[in-house]
Design a protein around this ligand. Structure first.
Ligand SMILES: Cc1cc2nc3c(=O)[nH]c(=O)nc-3n(C[C@H](O)[C@H](O)[C@H](O)COP(=O)(O)OP(=O)(O)OC[C@H]3O[C@@H](n4cnc5c(N)ncnc54)[C@H](O)[C@@H]3O)c2cc1C
Length: 507
């Protein structure tokens, strides 16, 4: 019997995952990707003999025995012999000559924090206790939640017994407000350094807990290699991936082409139209691309789920996340710590001014080292407003500003680390517009909507009202996005197809 055909749009982590699981479920699968390589945002690139790693700061799901680890293993991203970077801390913050580190060892952190600020002891103990509780917050990855039975809820309730306390206490407080509970200015800075200060405290606690629990390691070989491992798995299973193949639209209704009889109708997609005008028939379509682009260019906006619509209409409550990033080559003996935040002379990017910045050294991975030099990077957090600032520049101004800001950042790194003066080589700078150009990313956002106290976490099932055989995947299906959401969303889309076919959803 001829196999049903699944067409996946986008060859990022969600698209590769959807493709792999659809093949495992016995479908015939094509992936169409607009770029020349797989990975989407999970990639890196080479400059002047150095590899710049664009993505993985931590990969949630590296702990064996978790459902998410099984998914990463199943898609070929991780394996028994995967090597991880030797990183012992989340990050370090420095302020007025003092420094503090959030170690993966929570007791070590607790002691260090109390030593720095004995008067904050009670609040520090509580912080560590709640980070410990947050280790229970594991991403369910066996099947979509709408398919859960009572047994699944009981299992989750048992394994996450203390996590509701975190949500109750810290689910609606911003990091900025929380930091004011601490008297030490250094600890206040530390709490607002890593994530934007308007983020909810619980997302920070969960991030730190993931690292502290050994469930957020960094696989060696950098982000692109992980995407390539998934592409290899997809091809080995018999999938076809087409590069430089942008999809123009999802064709709704029967356009007379050859999708399987009985499937196509007004409430179904018959396939996709590619950039060159050709048509590809499909029984099922899984778009994994940016949802703002999808419901603007590939499908009429009437199909956009109302949860997404609401979020796009309320930018203040649902901001986008991006960065102005710069990479340099630096000597390998530069040992400031893996990720260290420093005070800087105010730096203006767009309309906003920044007085803190981090330096991340990539010497832990041989692919980011060339001879006795390693890549170091920084990122200045960018918002929706910043995106419009960059967007408003002419292409000459854009290049000029990018170079000028990169030079100013170099000055600030050298001011923080005088030993680097004269030793830095500029490699590259990129902005929110880079992500828009490369991935069609909404306002250059490389994560989904930020969870702020003003909004409700966005989560959609990926089914579209009025369109039966299109199943969304991708990081925009569940805030705050990221690699775990991307990889599980691909699997879940296939499980939804299987459910509708009344087949077993175990894959
Ligand atoms: C600087 C940075 C740091 C990050 N750090 C982390 C981290 O530490 N941990 C973490 O979990 N996540 C991190 N992320 C986020 C992570 O990279 C993303 O959440 C994830 O890669 C999104 O995957 P996706 O498949 O949903 O989307 P995408 O990666 O955007 O993939 C969508 C794909 O669709 C393609 N496409 C778009 N339009 C079309 C079209 N019309 N036709 C065909 N193809 C199309 C795009 O080219 C792209 O390849 C980071 C991202 C960045 C940029």
């Amino acid at each position: 019997m001829e196999k049903s055909k699944v067409v996946v749009i986008g060859g990022g982590i969600a698209g590769l995952s959807a493709g792999i699981y659809a093949l495992k479920a016995g479908f015939d699968v094509d992936i169409y990707e607009k770029n020349a390589i797989p990975g989407g945002e999970c990639i890196g690139w080479n400059r002047k003999g150095f590899h710049i790693d664009n993505c993985i700061h931590w990969l949630t799901g590296t702990k064996k025995g978790t459902e998410l680890y099984d998914v990463w293993e199943s898609v070929g991203a991780l394996a028994e012999d995967t090597e991880y970077a030797d990183i012992s801390s989340f990050y370090t913050s420095t302020y007025k000559g003092q420094s503090v580190t959030l170690w993966n060892d929570l007791e070590r952190t607790r002691k260090e924090l109390v030593e720095i600020s004995p008067e904050d002891e009670a609040e520090i103990n509580k912080f560590i206790q709640y980070v410990e509780y947050s280790k229970q917050c594991l991403i369910p990855a066996a099947k979509p939640m709408e398919m859960w039975g009572i047994g699944d809820y009981i299992k989750m309730g048992k394994s996450m017994a203390d996590f509701p306390k975190v949500m109750k206490e810290f689910g609606k407080i911003s990091l900025e407000d929380y930091s004011k509970r601490f008297k030490s200015p250094l600890l206040q800075k530390m709490l607002c350094d890593y994530l934007p200060k308007e983020y909810c405290v619980y997302s920070f606690m969960v991030s730190y807990a993931t690292m502290a629990d050994g469930n957020g390691k960094v696989p060696m070989g950098a982000s692109l290699q992980m995407s390539l491992r998934m592409e290899k798995k997809f091809k080995e299973l018999g999938g076809k991936i087409f590069y430089n193949a942008p999809v123009n639209s999802i064709v709704v209704g029967d356009n007379g082409m050859s999708a399987k009889a009985g499937v196509v109708g007004k409430k179904n997609a018959s396939g996709i139209e590619l950039g060159d005008g050709s048509f590809v028939a499909a029984d099922y379509v899984i778009p994994t691309i940016d949802t703002n682009f999808l419901f603007d260019k590939l499908l009429p906006s009437k199909y956009m789920p109302k949860e997404l619509k609401k979020a796009y209409e309320n930018q203040k409550a649902y901001p986008a996340t991006s960065g102005f990033q710069v990479a340099f080559a630096a000597p390998c003996n530069f040992e400031a710590g893996e990720t260290t935040f420093v005070d800087i002379e105010p730096l203006t990017v767009g309309d906003r001014s920044f007085d803190r910045m981090y330096v991340k050294a990539y010497g832990y991975d041989a692919v980011c080292v060339n001879g006795d030099r390693q890549v170091i990077q920084t990122s200045i957090f960018q918002t929706d407003e910043d995106y419009f600032y960059w967007k408003g520049l002419s292409s000459e101004e854009y290049n000029r500003v990018k170079e000028e800001k990169a030079r100013q950042i170099q000055d600030r790194i050298e001011a923080a680390y005088p030993e680097l003066k004269g030793c830095l080589e500029y490699l590259d700078a990129w902005t929110p517009l880079t992500y828009e150009r490369y991935c069609n990313a909404y306002h250059g956002s490389y994560m989904s909507f930020v969870t702020t106290p003003l909004g409700k976490s966005v989560r959609i099932t990926g089914r579209l009202k009025g369109l039966k055989n299109v199943y969304l995947a991708g990081q925009w299906t569940s805030a705050p996005g990221g690699l775990p959401v991307a990889v599980t969303s691909g699997k879940f889309a296939v499980q939804r197809i299987l459910k509708d076919l009344k087949r077993d959803v175990e894959i």
